[in-house]
Write a protein that binds this ligand. Structure first.
Ligand code: MG
Length: 360
């Protein structure tokens, strides 16, 4: 089987709250083969301010990768990744949608859903983490309650800033009002300096709470980790397998948040997931951003992760007003990987529109 052409569909994904500055650029990649099988994958770096990545960067990178992919066998993801690495070192987020599309093709050829190819389906529906915006302690609890009413029992509460007393108040208020069986992760998104992190953590030393990515750099997070007994999750600083090995060697965190686009696709994310399983590291597994097609890829990887090691995924499509495909959609605070062969994400062509680039 050979790739005959690669097409790129550009999508602008408006935030459901219609904030003017919050649209996301996504690129949906279509990989066609001489067997008449088509694979799909989505890349969306969640704007240009979150990671060293941006939506138009995927399109530019695909100009380099696309011609090199023609004639390759898409059923061999490791070889496809080697071809992409030789054509364009690094730039993992550019390669991710191509890699996902190749897994989609492999699944269709095998007659198996991608989660079965990634190790096999574990358990039932996968919990989704809500995204609770920063606010006053009362506002944040109201948001948590609204998500509870929708069925969510895992929450990612966004805190952080220069006002450490306010952060202490937020953590205390949410913790004392936590429901039975509920998990709240306090996600800093890199916003503390070590002094702030240590100040807050010392003041909530009596509480069993977990903090995600407290500081900008790995070294800062490691310094904080060595000064606290709280469990730590690392997210943005874990970009590659080597970062994970270092994290484990330093025992810098007990939890890692694997975002598929950030690490370069399902092939690389699976390697990292398998390392975490062997090392006893719990995981959140999700996409960096994107619509239903992106969520569906994440659903397959976390669905194939044993329940004791998976904490939650994230329904990023729920924050957007564009529906790109039928696939894994969150409902009642959970979602499941489709059980049809391949990715099981059927694109809605009227939404995708004509391709903005074709490589053949
Ligand atoms: Mg995070």
């Amino acid at each position: 089987m050979k790739i005959t052409d690669v097409q790129a569909h550009y999508l602008r994904l408006p935030d459901i709250q219609a904030r003017t500055d919050s649209s996301q650029d996504a690129l949906i990649v279509q990989v066609d083969t001489d067997a008449g099988i088509t694979g799909w994958g989505e890349g969306c770096p969640w704007g240009s301010t979150y990671l060293p990545a941006f939506g138009r960067g995927i399109r530019a990178g695909l100009d380099e990768l696309g011609p090199q992919l023609i004639g390759q066998d898409p059923r061999m993801p490791d070889r496809i990744n080697l071809v992409m690495d030789e054509a364009l070192p690094s730039h993992p987020y550019v390669k991710s949608p191509v890699d996902i599309a190749c897994w989609d093709i492999l699944g269709q050829v095998a007659g198996l859903p991608v989660c079965d190819l990634l190790g096999g389906r574990h358990g039932g529906a996968v919990p989704l983490a809500s995204s609770v915006s920063t606010g006053t302690p009362g506002e944040m609890l109201e948001t948590v309650q609204a998500f509870r009413d929708q069925g969510y029992f895992v929450h990612s509460a966004k805190i952080g800033g220069r006002d450490t007393a306010l952060d202490v108040a937020r953590v205390r208020h949410l913790k004392v009002n936590e429901a039975d069986g509920e998990t709240i992760i306090y996600d800093l998104n890199r916003s503390w300096q070590p002094a702030e992190a240590i100040a807050v953590m010392n003041q909530v030393r009596d509480l069993d709470v977990c903090f995600e990515q407290p500081c900008e750099s790995y070294e800062e997070c490691l310094a904080v980790r060595r000064s606290t007994g709280h469990p730590i999750s690392l997210d943005e600083t874990i970009k590659a397998f080597s970062d994970l090995v270092r994290m484990h060697h330093d025992w810098a965190a007990e939890i890692v948040n694997i975002k598929i686009g950030r690490v370069g696709g399902l092939t690389r994310a699976r390697q990292m997931r398998d390392f975490c399983l062997s090392a006893g590291i719990k995981m959140l597994i999700m996409e960096t951003g994107g619509s239903v097609m992106a969520d569906t890829a994440a659903a397959h990887l976390i669905q194939s992760t044993p329940e004791r090691s998976r904490i939650a995924s994230w329904d990023c499509a729920a924050m957007l007003s564009v529906v790109s495909a039928e696939g894994a959609v969150g409902r009642d605070g959970v979602f499941s990987a489709p059980d049809t062969p391949g990715l099981g994400a059927t694109p809605i062509m009227d939404v995708l529109g004509d391709p903005v680039a074709v490589y053949e």
